[in-house]
Design a protein around this ligand. Structure first.
Ligand SMILES: *[C@@H]1O[C@H](CO)[C@@H](O)[C@H](O)[C@H]1NC(C)=O
Ligand SMILES: *[C@@H]1O[C@H](CO)[C@@H](O)[C@H](O)[C@H]1NC(C)=O
Length: 394
């Protein structure tokens, strides 16, 4: 009964005339790749129903939720020059399951950026089959996040990039260091290893090596650069700016006391106080047993405003609560399941008891009003919401 009230959502027709997928066949994809086109592919399945834990249980068509996002990437006025040459296509796995299995697609939709082989790694005269680089997209399925990923992955290596350095790393000088740190990306890392010794010894060498490994591993999510020129000759260190969270950290060779030091530095700096709930991170939140404060933002701007307003509150309650934002398109039906009357709003969910507490007060959502609401829930003065079963109303 609980689920059946959402069943109708499964059969909502698509919005007529809405912009749609750009489906191609696997043969056409292969042709494009052979021509050397950079291609961003969404592997989708129109009927996919995936029973994952919690919120995803009632979501019917995650592929369908991606469709308007994908269509909005297509005309791409917002794509900068370096991204313009990326073809944005989709493959309907219901028509070409073998190809999708071969491409190792485990769930739908899957987003992959496929880059043609670079001339350096695959000499064109070799008869070996060209090796394409595939990069999985792991972030939220929103246009700004997908475009930021595309931008990071297709950025041209700096013209000054020499054979000694890694082309994954932007080259930064004293002149553009400030703008690089504050504007290159949401989360930016800058290494400083001295220009004289390409391979420093001891802890400084480890710092440099692990920084380059981190750049390789996390380049899809954050931007990495290295200081060149005279200013590079300082004490070896890595600096990080999280421009979204206002966090600024640094790590020096003296901090290289354990093997995972750089990796945990990257994670610490990139941590979001109020992350977006995605299918990838969903389970992690539910497994801690902490209650979850969901906010369903009506627009990306509303999300940014909410995060800015609630950040101190979320930090104060981090030990007990997860504050997340939940995209109603990514989790259609979830707002109703959490007792909200519209597609947006705030609701607190206790995964241990299954209780949910939709925010239905008069005061508009703000840090003080939400803190008061949370206080009332903790003191037991707010009743958990129960879905109204159809037969109760008869
Ligand atoms: C910084 O300036 C140098 C020299 O002009 C240039 O080669 C480099 O690409 C610039 N880096 C960034 C991140 O803009
Ligand atoms: C690195 O070490 C310095 C000095 O001990 C310390 O102040 C700083 O917080 C450390 N940084 C990290 C990221 O652990």
């Amino acid at each position: 009964m609980r689920l059946s009230s959402y069943i109708h959502l499964l059969f909502l027709p698509g919005v007529p005339g809405a912009a749609a997928w750009n489906h191609i066949s696997s043969a056409e994809l292969e042709e494009r790749l052979q021509r050397g086109e950079r291609t961003l592919v969404a592997y989708i399945h129109p009927l996919e129903t995936k029973s994952q834990p919690r919120l995803t249980l009632i979501t019917s068509k995650p592929s369908q939720a991606l469709e308007p996002v994908w269509a909005s990437l297509e005309p791409s006025p917002s794509l900068s020059d370096s991204d313009a040459a990326t073809a944005i296509v989709s493959i309907d796995c219901s028509l070409d399951l073998a190809h999708c299995l071969h491409a190792d697609v485990a769930s739908y939709p899957a987003i992959r950026l496929i880059l043609p082989p670079s001339p350096a790694t695959n000499p064109p005269n070799g008869n070996a089959k060209a090796i394409f680089q595939q990069h999985r997209y792991r972030g939220p399925r929103t246009a700004p996040s997908i475009l930021a990923f595309l931008h990071r992955m297709t950025r041209r290596p700096s013209s000054s990039s020499s054979s000694s350095s890694n082309s994954l790393l932007a080259h930064v000088t004293a002149e553009n260091m400030t703008s690089f740190l504050s504007a290159a990306d949401g989360v930016v890392f800058l290494g400083r290893f001295g220009s004289d010794k390409p391979k420093p010894a001891g802890p400084a060498g480890l710092l440099k090596r692990d920084f380059e490994l981190a750049a390789r591993r996390y380049r899809d999510r954050y931007t990495f650069g290295v200081m060149t020129g005279p200013a590079a000759a300082a004490i070896p260190a890595v600096e990080c700016r999280n421009n979204e969270e206002g966090v600024h950290l640094s790590l020096s060779a003296a901090n290289m006391s354990h093997p995972g030091a750089v990796e945990s530095f990257v994670e610490r700096c990139a941590e979001e106080v109020i992350p977006e709930l995605t299918r990838r991170n969903e389970l992690g939140f539910y497994e801690t047993g902490k209650s979850i404060v969901h906010f369903f933002p009506p627009t990306p701007e509303a999300r940014a405003a909410y995060v800015a307003e609630m950040r101190p509150l979320a930090q104060r309650y981090a030990e007990y609560l997860h504050f997340v934002t939940t995209d109603p398109r990514e989790f259609p039906g979830a707002a109703e399941m959490l007792g909200l009357r519209g597609p947006d709003g705030l609701s607190v969910q206790n995964p241990n008891t299954g209780d949910v507490y939709p925010y239905r007060r008069r005061e508009k959502i703000s840090a003080p009003s939400v803190e008061a609401f949370l206080g009332d829930i903790i003191q037991g003065t707010v009743q958990a919401w129960r879905p109204v079963e159809g037969h109760d109303e008869l």
